[in-house]
Design a protein around this ligand. Structure first.
Ligand code: HEC
Length: 158
């Protein structure tokens, strides 16, 4: 019955709360240059998220039933930063628990995605869905990418 209205109302709430973030002071601790960069990363990150991730995780980040886990409010995001970053390029598989629900599907990686694109998507995901106002620098992404275990189970092609 409310199947259609639910997501629309939810998207509206997400949009509304994002647009008031700056006024409500969530970005206050950041200096001016960082704020500008955060805004650029968020805009580009949103575009890339819509292109690469929203099909499965949905535009509002709520995921899809037991197939695709949610990003919005996901308790997996903060403790597993490296896995999230690596997963964008190399994919992710194996059992994981998100907000108490077990998922065990394969998420395909995006082999051609650049470190900058990963930084922008990660900034978007952690700021909008994990509520942290976190900016990922290119250096940070590069360092994390060097630690990724790829699905090949060998270090030969790292
Ligand atoms: C084809 C569908 C699909 C696409 C596209 C996809 N994912 Fe996933 N994602 C999944 C599945 C399935 C899992 C669960 C994997 C498992 O069971 O180990 C997952 C897990 C995750 C997780 C960890 C669990 C959670 O919900 O916190 C994150 C974070 C994530 N994806 C982010 C992304 C981002 C960012 C993108 C875009 C760059 C993306 N995904 C694109 C299907 C997808």
């Amino acid at each position: 019955m409310t199947g259609k209205a639910g997501p629309i109302i939810f998207a509206f709430i997400v949009f509304f709360s994002c647009s008031t973030d700056e006024r409500s002071g969530r970005f206050d601790h950041l200096d001016k240059r960082t704020k500008i960069r955060l805004r650029q990363y968020l805009a580009e990150g949103k575009r890339l998220y819509t292109l690469h991730c929203a099909n499965c995780h949905q535009p509002d980040g709520r995921g899809l039933a037991r197939l695709y886990p949610p990003l919005k409010g996901s308790d997996y995001l903060l403790p597993n930063v490296a896995d999230v970053i690596c997963g964008m390029r190399y994919g992710q598989k194996g059992e994981i628990t998100v907000n108490g629900i077990v998922f065990n599907q394969e998420m395909p990686g995006i082999p051609g995605i650049t470190d900058l694109e990963i930084a922008e998507i990660a900034t978007y995901v952690y700021t909008v869905f994990a509520d942290t106002a976190r900016i990922f620098t290119l250096n940070e992404i590069r360092q994390i990418m060097n630690t990724c275990q790829t699905h090949a189970d060998t270090t030969d092609n790292l």
